[in-house]
Design a protein around this ligand. Sequence first.
Ligand code: GAL
Ligand code: ZN
Length: 664
Amino acid sequence: MKQLHFGVDYYPEHWERERWKVDAELMQKMGIQMVRMAEFSWHKLQPREDVFEFEWLDEVISLLGSYGIYTILGTPTAAPPAWMVHKNPQILPVDREGRTRGFGGRHHDCQSNPVYREYIRKLVTKMAQHYGENPWVVGWQVDNELGNSHQELCTCASCTQHFQRWLKQKYKEADILNKAWGTAFWSQEYNDFAEVCAPRITVTGENPSAMLDWKRFCSDLIVDFTREQTKILREYTKNQFITHNYMGFADKVDYYKLGELLDIVSHDQYPGGFYLEETPHEKNHVLAATLDVVRSYKNQPFWIMEQQSGITGWEVMGRAPAPGQLSAWALQAIAHGADAIVFFRWRTCAMGTEQYWHGILPHSGNPGRRYQELKDFVSAMNPVMERLQGSMPKPQVGIVFSFEQAYAFQIQPHHKDLSYTGQVQKYYRALYQQNIPVDFVPEQGDFGKYKLLVAPLQYLMSPNLEDKYMDYVRRGGHLVLTMRTGVKDVHNLCMTDQELPGRLSELAGIEVLDYDCLRDTKVEVLFEGQKMEAFIWSDLMRLAPQTKTLAAYASEFYAGEPCITEHPYGDGICYYVGTEPGERLLEALMKQICRKASVGQVCSSDTQVECVVRQKEGERFLFAINHSNQPKSFQAPDGYSLLQGSQAGKLEAYQVQIFYKAAR
Ligand code: GAL
Ligand code: ZN
């Protein structure tokens, strides 16, 4: 495939034909090499049941082609047209209160509905046959942000049936399901799979085991929905890639599993936020973590399919990106492993919900400040992108990130401020602050390539995963385990045969005999001779003889008892953190652990200067990103020289400098 690096999301159907040529010219001048189109234009492509109209799209594709601009086509299944919904109202989704959601937004669809699936097969087949060998079409995006707009997904009759089938395949017999779900509680036993419903809201409470399977089913349904399309596309297309635009840590679908169907994972990055609550600089670690998790889903370079290119907003708007900020954000994505950036959107829309989600061009269509900035950015970066080909960040630290653990904590968060993803991001932050690069790893992943593995909240546990952790440490790995580990089996039933964390007690050298949920308070902790704070939870533990106390509680009825521990096991060390450390404590702790695990930082820098390395055989590229609106001094470490421009030991506001160094 041709190497493409910069593109825009383009909606020619929103504008008069006469304008298309002007757009193509402006794109070409800006250095744009590709567009993504059509992911919401079902009605334009199939205005009536038996009428398919591809001429307009043919015309745009070939017009853009005459300017050397390639196309990525979206399958428009995120926006089923009104005629279809009118004729087949059963394709509308039904929420957990049993209310049918109406036409008028997007994703007003039930993904299991057989009638809807049939329409999709027909349209996608026609599109694939028509464009499958078009030399200007380089790839496909299936649907758009699957899982988005889906709330708790659909609980209609079709979904209920599919859920029952899924359960039957998993458990074979109703009694096996009864055992797995603990239905003896409150007389919830089923005699037959036909008695199981998709979970409507109940009078009181929910069965956590049933809810976990429901969330797994919903994720599998989205994967299956995607597979139906990728199968057709693979059958009729030649030399065209398939992707889907992810949303970072969004969790309706297991993105690792979805990634198996795709050639490239792509992602939509909006650093300015939607309804921005925090000031941007406090969120930089979340932006970085989001990019790292997206790279980790397939463990390969990724694409940005929608990169912020102006003020964001629907009803309420975000701040205007300052000069340099759009480029800095795009460069942050590249630093973390993006091989291509597609800006959302080309021109600010005059109609519909997204009138205030600003594009590169303003409503008027006249190139302005954003066009100029991104034009300069594209022309500076095009040659750099060629050099970066084949490079990736190569972290020594992995953070375990699992969709199933996220589901289990959504069902029972324990504490109003506890979220699984939030905890994962807190550990990430402590490493990010020190410029220590991180991969995210699925529980099925390869732990062995990391010197340090951080596994927050390993709540659902299986014998297989226990073995993996024990094996990892035995062979010399450093592992961080935390509170609420080994609490449940994979069916979301509490483990009862040992004190927590179950079999992992042997590895961690501790047993949790009691605990305290810190509802509206915090606890003091003594670490390295200093008083610090911790939140949410306190595990009260008994230590094995070899276990060392790294930190002890300094308040509450358990003052003086161990809070964070270290235990040698085989050739490695297992750390156990029995609380949620506050920011200061977590940073100090991770610093100490990284030192013990011989994990190095990229380099030291001001807290608002992020440093990231991409590397390949022979070369290392260091990105220094100034996220602040003030100049910051910055010196690259020895051996690095500046890739472009001249070094002044300083980064201007929102400036990014790229350095390189020959390396083995
Ligand atoms: C994304 C979505 C786009 C557009 C954008 C701005 O989530 O994929 O289609 O809606 O947000 O709201
Ligand atoms: Zn449904």
